[in-house]
Design a protein around this ligand. Structure first.
Ligand code: KIV
Length: 277
């Protein structure tokens, strides 16, 4: 039976009733379909696609047009999961007007249900303005890859009391600004549990322990399609890369040997018609 579209109210109800929220990234039509069919609550078309799909070294170079292109493909495949489009670096920083305009494109042009943007208290005014324009916003605190250089690299955030307090304040400011959910990346599990307990809106963790209201992983990490590096918080559920490579090598060998295509993959012609040629 077809699932109905997941709503923000259902996500918030899950927090209230202690049911875990599931989130998975997807970047194309077939993956959008699979994640949707698996019954996962929310799909994040993450700017991680810059690295795992487009081969960039970081998430910084990905553009609005690239993000919209992939969001469109995912939204054609996923009809029930709640879709979050990730706003790329510098698409919401220059002005509030620019942020609203770009957020609107994810909804109007790409079939997303909401947007995500990175940052804490310093972006709360942007979150407020985008929400006031009628666009649901998922916030993202802790390790924020778009500004990893400012954080001196990809490292766990909020390890000392001072930075942990700043993250708690950020989470509260983002909730107050109207964010409907907060992704928390790479923070100690004690801090993630504390923030989760203090907020009314759901938290979704990645490298933030099991006390968050939900969990998110990058699809390519989960299925073993990204081999450049594997963060500690990743659990690989299947390793597709060697399986795909083996299939490709077999295909190459069979074509070279003339073993593919066989008669079962070919189309025949009646003998009398062939004789006329
Ligand atoms: O871009 C992304 O995939 C993300 C997740 C890691 C949360 O932001």
């Amino acid at each position: 039976m077809d699932r109905k579209k997941v709503t923000i109210a259902e996500l918030q109800q899950k927090k209230a009733s202690g049911q875990k929220i599931t989130m998975m990234t997807a970047y194309d039509y077939p993956t959008g379909r699979l994640v949707d069919e698996a019954g996962i609550d929310t799909i994040l078309v993450g700017d991680s696609l810059a690295m795992v799909v487009l081969g960039y070294d970081s998430t910084v170079p990905v553009t609005m047009e690239e993000m919209l292109h992939h969001c469109r493909a995912v939204s054609r495949g996923a009809k029930s999961s709640f879709i979050i489009g990730d706003m790329p670096f510098m698409s919401y920083h220059v002005s509030v007007e620019q942020a609203i305009e770009n957020a609107g494109r994810f909804i109007k042009e790409a079939g997303c249900d909401s947007v995500k943007l990175e940052g804490g208290t310093e972006v709360a005014h942007i979150v407020r303005a985008v929400v006031r324009a009628g666009i649901p916003v998922c916030a993202h605190i802790g390790l924020t890859p778009q500004t990893a250089t400012m954080l001196s690299g990809f490292r766990v955030q909020g390890k000392d009391a001072e930075s942990a307090k700043a993250l708690i304040q950020s989470a509260k400011d983002l909730e107050d600004a109207g964010a409907f959910m907060i992704v928390m990346e790479c923070i100690p599990d004690f801090l993630a549990a504390k923030i989760t307990g203090e907020l009314k809106i759901p938290t979704v963790g990645i490298g933030a322990g099991k006390e968050c209201d939900g969990q998110v992983l990058v699809y390519h990490d989960l299925v073993g399609l990204f081999e450049r590096f594997t963060p500690k918080f990743v659990k690989q559920y299947i390793n597709l890369s060697p399986m795909i490579k083996e299939a490709l090598v077999r295909y190459k060998e069979e074509v070279e040997k003339g073993a593919f295509p066989g008669p079962e993959h070919s189309f025949s012609m009646k003998q009398d018609e062939a004789a006329k040629l």
